[in-house]
Write a protein that binds this ligand. Structure first.
Ligand code: TXA
Ligand code: MG
Length: 358
């Protein structure tokens, strides 16, 4: 039998979760982008537990989440005018700024770099948690609440699935999962994340030499940023800060994923079906072609909202391959295409090898 989960978060749950953070524990919480796995950003041992639970290399920096109205001067050593403009325009919201870090930010948060990523999320449960934690003066270090390399969670159930929190039979989960489950003291419920893909990341730490740099595209577009600061953020250069979410192999389900235009997808599907190969399909503009198919909205915001749940659900179907209809390539689709490109990484040649199999 599964444990009952709180459907609605109340002030008592928030206070309890804030106390868990203050004691050095981990809390998974909803944000408008994806669910985060949080720890006190000023407690290096607590931050180390995030890396342990995720199975993530510990030299990768994590984003510090702050409450609305937080004192940016406390967290960063230099605040350029562009940062103040972007904060005024987009916080609370799905935008992370990379800035020169203040001296007291632990290396565990910054990945040993001289910068810190900081964002104020807009999800009401995240705001309530950040406002309760250390009376709104703390910072919660939080990567997405998934195992390293996996698809980010956009519901509380996805988080429980990632860390095997519903498995009561201790014998059925690995030591590593049991360890993660213990570390993850609390999962706050907040419904499906409204944006559905991770925050836009803009590097403002090297303005004088490189200008603003878009490290990760997201719901807030480069054009919207340019409208506020008067300069279009550039694509990442060789010297741009490392970002784990920008590794090629991120956001990948276990099933191989491949992208095809509508006609090619239909033809390939017929050939795979003819060989008895099980296929799952994610489309935005195709009739129903396969028993396991998810139709996502043909607009970038609606598509982003449904993308990770679709990847997770299609991953559960037992298909040998997931075929994704290539979305439009216009600038508004940059965030979606970036995540899909990483999901298909490593699956090159999968169709040929499936068809070659006798
Ligand atoms: O929407 C989001 O940003 C979600 C929610 C939970 O806020 N968080 C998230 O965290 O996506 P994570 O750890 O999965 O991805 C954060 C990205 C990583 O690519 C990390 O390397 C980068 O932000 N990052 C964090 N601090 C950085 C820094 N100081 N310099 C460069 N990149 C940084
Ligand atoms: Mg992540």
């Amino acid at each position: 039998m599964k444990k009952p989960h709180h459907e609605v978060v109340d002030a008592v749950d928030i206070a309890a979760a804030a106390a868990v953070l203050e004691e050095g524990g981990l809390v998974a919480f909803p944000t408008e982008t994806v669910y985060g796995l949080g720890a006190d950003a000023e407690n290096p041992a607590a931050v180390a537990r995030i890396y342990q639970a995720k199975g993530r290399p510990n030299d990768h920096p994590v984003i510090v989440h702050v409450a609305p109205g937080a004192d940016l001067d406390y967290w960063v050593s230099e605040i350029p005018q562009e940062a103040r403009q972007l904060v005024a325009a987009f916080w609370p919201g799905p935008l992370t700024l990379i800035l020169k870090r203040a001296g007291h930010i632990p290396d565990a948060v910054s990945g040993g770099q001289d910068t810190v990523g900081i964002r104020c999320p807009s999800h009401p449960v995240a705001i309530a948690l950040l406002s309760a934690f250390k009376d709104g003066k703390g910072g919660v270090a939080a990567p997405s609440a998934n195992k390293f390399g996996n698809v980010s969670p956009t519901t509380a159930q996805h988080v429980r699935d990632e860390f095997a929190l519903d498995d009561e039979d201790e014998g059925s989960i690995s030591d590593e999962d049991a360890c993660s489950a213990q570390l993850l003291n609390t999962v706050l419920e907040g419904g499906p994340s409204q944006v559905g893909i991770e925050s836009t990341i803009v590097d403002l730490s090297r303005l004088a030499t490189h200008g603003p740099v878009l490290l990760r595209p997201g719901h807030i577009s480069a054009e919207q940023i340019a409208d506020v600061i008067g300069r279009l953020p550039a694509a990442p250069d060789q010297a741009a800060p490392r970002a784990s979410g920008t590794l090629e192999s991120h956001y990948a389900p276990r099933t191989p994923v491949t992208m095809l235009d509508g006609d090619a997808l239909t033809a390939t599907l017929a050939r795979l079906h003819a060989k008895g190969i099980k296929v799952a399909v994610i489309a935005h503009a195709l009739p129903t072609l396969a028993p396991s198919q998810r139709l996502l909205p043909a607009d970038p915001a609606g598509y982003a909202y449904g993308l990770y749940a679709a990847l997770r659900d299609m991953d559960q179907t037992g298909a040998d391959v997931i075929l994704v209809q290539t979305p439009p390539q216009d600038p508004q689709w940059l965030g979606v295409n970036d995540r899909l490109r990483r999901s298909v990484f490593g699956s090159a040649g999968i169709i040929d090898s499936l068809l070659a199999f006798p």
